[in-house]
Design a binder for this molecule. Structure first.
Ligand code: AMP
Ligand code: MG
Length: 459
């Protein structure tokens, strides 16, 4: 009933292990994304099978479940073998636009890459990925999607105690990560690296010729620079920008301890394990460059046959990343400010005034013509002189983002069996640009009593 293909397994042998998902004892469908199912061209009857199929309880006809191998720098330290420790790629489908998309189960059991982990996931974090990735998609930001969340009927154990288990069915342009290249490069697998390069080019950047590693690097630089600029524009903090969590497709991937900031503070960190602030809000553009440097190291043999020349090319490209990112960020900010052209001074002067203001409400208010605090008077006069287009601003500045206190409340309710707050919040984050009228409960930052928001990686 799902027409699967398996081009990754055909094209890049030696980078995955066949592995059957665990059988969920009592699967129950918690969330089903019917719009995405329609985009994927899935038979409507799939919904009736979803609890069994997307929990691992029943084998999916035509699937070829595999755990993918990859390496990765985690918080700067290299692990030559990570891989899918709790995920199974079922296969690829061609969507309504003819785009190839992976369907993967996450939380579906142990694999040879599980190391000490149990291979499982809890209801809360899987619904969290569902909610935040749907919000990102509605915001127009490239992202993996969530097709379904199925409660497994199992109890899993985390630091805080027992939790209901769940599996997320995730849809992605692919699951090829910087870490996928690092895995093969670290093992000196030149032929497989070339196969992965060609598969990635054919799949994501088909205008490039096979073997064009430099073309791929430039294309990934552009798509990732654009992606991070879009994150910055909505105040999104990914939280774990390890090289295994950076997709070559340019999609946001692996929603762990991510969150949106309320008050603008460049040093904002939510993840409990990011004590140094490596992946803080304002550090994300720098980490982009750091991660791309790791990708360049893998692709050096394809930059030039002569190693010295290859390194020189890589250094030239790495030196250009900051400028490429800055241009993308200024374009995002120009759109947020309703300006026809980027304006460095106006953007930087605003950012200097902005700490402490709610990031989302500030821009939404600006587009709605609401008065600004007195400290902004001089800046506001210059901005107005630039002739901002308020209607255009309202189309790009969200009124509703997934506010942390609302996300937490929805997930806590879902964990004890009440899906209603999740469903209401999902509806709201799916229409971020609609007016604020009648949505007051969804537009405001967390109340004082909510305190500093801390997210946990052991999801
Ligand atoms: P993540 O932080 O979700 O990107 O995961 C980082 C690595 O840890 C990946 O290799 C995951 O497959 C693995 N991992 C995370 N959670 C678990 C778990 N509960 N069991 C096994 N492996 C896990
Ligand atoms: Mg990951």
């Amino acid at each position: 009933m799902i027409r699967f293909d398996h081009s990754y397994q055909r094209d890049v042998p030696g980078t995955f292990l066949r592995q059957v998902p665990d059988r969920a004892p009592a699967p129950r469908l918690l969330a089903w994304n019917d719009r995405l199912a329609a985009d994927l061209g899935l038979d409507p009857a799939v919904q009736g099978m979803a609890a069994g199929w997307f929990s691992g309880a029943e084998p999916v006809p035509g699937a070829d479940p595999v755990a993918l191998a990859y390496a990765g720098h985690q918080f700067g330290g290299f692990s030559p073998q990570l891989g899918d420790g709790r995920a199974h790629l079922l296969g690829e489908v061609l969507d309504g636009q003819g785009q190839r998309r992976d369907i993967q189960l996450k939380g579906s059991g142990r694999t040879p890459f599980s190391r000490g982990g149990d291979g499982k996931a809890a209801v809360g974090p899987m619904l969290r990925e569902y909610l935040i990735s749907e919000a990102m998609a509605a915001l127009g930001i490239p992202t993996t999607r969530a097709l379904a969340v199925v409660a497994t009927g199992e109890t899993i154990w985390r630091e805080g105690g027992p939790l209901p288990g769940a599996v997320l069915a995730r849809v992605a342009a692919s699951h090829i990560r910087v870490g996928s290249f690092q895995f093969l490069a670290a093992r000196g697998e030149a032929n497989k690296l070339r196969a992965l390069l060609d598969h990635t080019i054919a799949r994501h950047y088909p205008h490039l010729a096979p073997g064009d590693g430099l073309g791929l690097f430039d294309a990934v630089t552009r798509s990732q620079a654009r992606l991070i600029a879009q994150w910055m524009g909505v105040g999104f903090v990914h939280g774990v920008m390890n090289t295994d969590n950076m997709a070559l497709s340019g999609e946001t991937i692996d929603y762990g301890p991510c969150a949106f900031m309320d008050a603008y503070a460049p040093g904002t960190v939510f993840s409990s394990i990011d004590r140094q602030g490596r992946y803080a809000y304002a550090n994300q553009p720098l980490i982009l460059g750091w991660n791309l440097a790791r990708l360049a190291e893998c692709l050096l043999p394809f930059f030039d046959a002569d190693e010295t020349r290859a390194v020189a090319i890589a250094n030239e490209r790495l030196g250009a990343i900051a400028g490429i990112y800055q241009a993308e960020f200024l374009a995002v900010m120009a759109a947020k400010l309703g300006l026809a052209a980027p304006d460095v001074r106006l953007t930087e002067d605003l950012l200097a005034l902005l700490p402490g203001q709610d990031w989302t409400m500030f821009f939404a208010g600006l587009g709605a013509g609401r008065p600004l605090p007195p400290a902004f008077a001089g800046w506001q006069a210059r901005w107005q002189a630039a002739g901002p287009d308020l209607a255009a601003m309202r189309a790009v500045n969200p009124v509703v983002i997934p506010r942390n206190h609302l996300v937490e409340a929805a997930l806590q309710a879902a964990t004890v069996g009440d899906m209603a707050p999740f469903e209401v919040l999902l509806r709201e984050v799916r229409r971020p640009f609609d007016g604020a009228e009648g949505r007051e409960g969804y537009t405001l930052p967390a109340p004082e009593g909510f305190g500093d928001y801390v997210t946990f990686c052991g999801t």
